[in-house]
Each structure stands twice: as structure tokens, then as C-alpha cells.
Write a protein that binds this ligand. Structure first.
Ligand code: ZN
Length: 348
């Protein structure tokens, strides 16, 4: 029995104690370093979290009224939130800055708030802000321009046209805006038939020679023969996608055969055979392929003013708000429609 126990004077006992102590120290230091690491991570998470969440409205009120940050710093912060699409935070900052009321540039802050409401899609609130700015300072062209945009987005074209009057008095060029808004007013009107609308917009186009794309997109869609009989062939490139997508039955071969661009475009499409080559690379390839390959044209639209590219046609650029700056660009692509129809035929 005694052989199972080691006496405390035994040297083996000291060695065991030594290793037990070493083990305990190692275990404790390991546990301590792990605990410290997790505490550090938690602290870092808490520290970083405060940058992701905006202070509550009451905290914000205290922070802004204390004046520890300059007006410029708050404006920069609000601007960067707005740029990242976090409009709610940006709006809270501007609103609180206006509530505190000690800032000098009240009109500018109101303008920025109105702009942010517009970007966030709160059109009614945006309208109220711009109207308030104009009530106090009627000669503010930036506020007038944004008010016009707000009315346009609300489809209140009559009110938008009224905003052009003060802009005209401020010697701004309003001819393009006037044509555009008049056309939009007619096209969105409930009182005219499609044919009446076509005749009315054609009349406006003949007087102004502006907004070719908007006018001819509608005319070719609802009344191709009226569109062709009033079409200026030299504008073909501006509406190349509309012409490309017309059906064979809607073409006017007399007009097409008399214009180089149209001859090449429809020869490339495969509807006619009136061109053997083209100076435009994509048309040339398609003419020479003579429908033997599964290729077609695809279109995209670039804003001539800000160079933003869109996959769809537009009349007013969503980025820079310019009117009639869409330029059609074409490139060769696979013809998925033909793919689809061939697949369907193979089941027959
Ligand atoms: Zn643009």
C-alpha cells in the first residue's frame, strides 16, 4: 500500500511539484492572454461601432449646439453621408443645424437639405424647402432650377413651366427646357388621343428643331408613316436604335434608298440589299456577314455632358440633369432573339 505514495522528502515529489507549478503558470498565462485578446477585440468593435452609427437626435442636438465641431465639418460630414446614399443621416444633420439656428449660411444649408430630400425621393418636402428659400430670396436661380426638377418629377409640367418665367428674368437660357416641358406636358396629357399628341409634338418640333429623340421615339412608335414623311434623314444617327428596331412593314423604302446612312443601316439589319460596305465598322461587318452569323447591334446611351453611360435611352440625364444630351452608341453583340427562335423551331 505504502508503495503507492511518495513521501514528501522524496526527490521525485519535488520534481512533480515543480512540473505542476510550471503547468499552472503556463495554463494561467495562456488563459490570461486569451481573455485579454477577447477584451481587446470587444473594445475595438465598440470603438468602431460608434463611427457606423450616427448619434441619436438628442445627442446630435447637444453636439451641434455645443459648437465643438465647426459648421464646415458638419457640412462635410452631411455631404459625405449623402454621397454614400445615407440620406437619412445627412437630412438629420442639416435639419438639426437649421434648428440650432446659430449658423450664418442658413439659405445654403436649406438648399442642401432641399437637394438631399430631392435625391432621397421626398419630393413634397423638397418642394416646400425650395419654396421657402424663394419666399425669402426670390432671385435664387439654383433653387428655381431644383424647384423645376421637383415639379417635373412630380409630373406637374404646368407648374414647372411657370418656374421658367423667373429663370428667364434672371437671363437664363430656357428655350430647351421650354420645348422639353411642353412636349412632356402633351405626352402625359389625358385629354388628347395618340394621333393628336403626334401632331402636336410634331408642330412643336418643327418650330424648335429640338428634342429629336423624344419626338421621333413617339412618332415611330405610334405612327411610323407620319414619322417618315416628316423625318430629316440627316438626324438618322441620333435615333439609330429606334430605326434599327422598326419592323420591315414600317419602313419607307423611298426615303431609305435616298440616304447613305439609312441604306447602310438597313442593309446591315438584313432588310434590304442596297449597300455592299460601310465606313461604320459594325455596319460593314454585318453587311458582309449577310445574316450568316448570329450577330446584331446592341445599344447604349452616353450623356454628352457628364459622360455617364446608361443601358436605356433618356431625355434628362439623371446624373447631371442636362436635357437632350443622350448620344446613341452601338456595338456588335450576339442575337439572342434569333437564338431563341431557332431553339423554338428545333422543337417543331
Ligand atoms: Zn449627364
Amino acid at each position: 500500500m505504502g508503495s503507492f505514495f511518495i513521501e514528501f522528502r522524496d526527490p521525485l515529489f519535488s520534481v512533480i511539484i515543480f512540473f505542476v507549478i510550471i503547468f499552472m503558470i503556463t495554463f494561467f498565462s495562456y488563459w490570461w492572454s486569451k481573455y485579454k485578446r477577447s477584451e481587446d477585440t470587444k473594445y475595438l468593435d465598440r470603438f468602431l461601432k460608434q463611427f457606423n452609427t450616427l448619434p441619436t437626435q438628442s445627442e446630435l442636438k447637444v453636439l451641434i449646439s455645443k459648437g465643438e465641431l465647426s459648421e464646415k465639418s458638419w457640412l462635410l460630414l452631411a455631404h459625405s453621408y449623402s454621397k454614400d446614399g445615407e440620406f437619412e443621416k445627412s437630412i438629420e444633420i442639416y435639419t438639426e443645424m437649421l434648428n440650432v439656428g446659430s449658423y450664418e449660411n442658413k439659405k445654403e444649408i436649406m438648399f442642401l437639405l432641399g437637394k438631399t430630400y430631392f435625391k432621397a425621393g421626398f419630393l413634397e418636402r423638397s418642394k416646400q424647402i425650395f419654396l421657402e428659400i424663394l419666399r425669402v430670396n426670390p432671385r435664387t436661380p439654383q433653387a428655381l432650377s431644383y424647384l423645376l426638377l421637383v415639379y417635373e418629377y412630380m409630373r406637374d409640367y404646368k407648374a414647372a413651366l411657370e418656374v421658367l418665367e423667373p429663370l428667364d428674368e434672371l437671363e437664363k437660357d430656357i428655350s430647351l427646357d421650354t420645348t422639353y416641358l411642353k412636349l412632356m406636358e402633351i405626352l402625359n396629357s389625358m385629354e388628347f388621343s395618340q394621333d393628336q399628341k403626334a401632331l402636336k409634338i410634331l408642330e412643336i418640333y418643327k418650330a424648335s428643331h429640338q428634342m429629336v429623340y423624344l419626338v421621333y421615339e413617339y412618332l415611330f412608335r405610334v405612327n411610323p408613316s407620319l414619322a417618315w414623311s416628316n423625318f430629316d434623314s440627316s438626324k438618322g444617327e441620333l435615333v439609330a436604335d429606334i430605326l434599327w428596331n422598326l419592323e420591315l412593314k414600317d419602313l419607307n423604302l423611298d426615303i431609305i434608298s435616298n440616304n447613305g446612312f439609312l441604306r447602310e443601316l438597313y442593309s446591315a439589319k438584313g432588310y434590304i440589299n442596297l449597300a455592299q460596305s460601310s465606313a461604320i465598322f459594325e455596319f460593314d461587318v454585318l453587311i458582309k456577314l449577310k445574316n450568316r452569323a448570329n450577330a446584331t447591334l446592341s445599344f447604349e446611351y452616353i450623356c454628352a455632358n457628364c459622360k455617364q453611360v446608361y443601358p436605356f435611352a433618356f431625355n434628362r440625364c439623371a446624373a447631371c440633369h442636362s436635357i437632350d444630351t443622350a448620344r446613341v452608341e452601338w456595338s456588335l453583340s450576339k442575337d439572342y432573339n434569333r437564338d431563341f427562335s431557332e431553339e423554338n423551331n428545333s422543337f417543331q
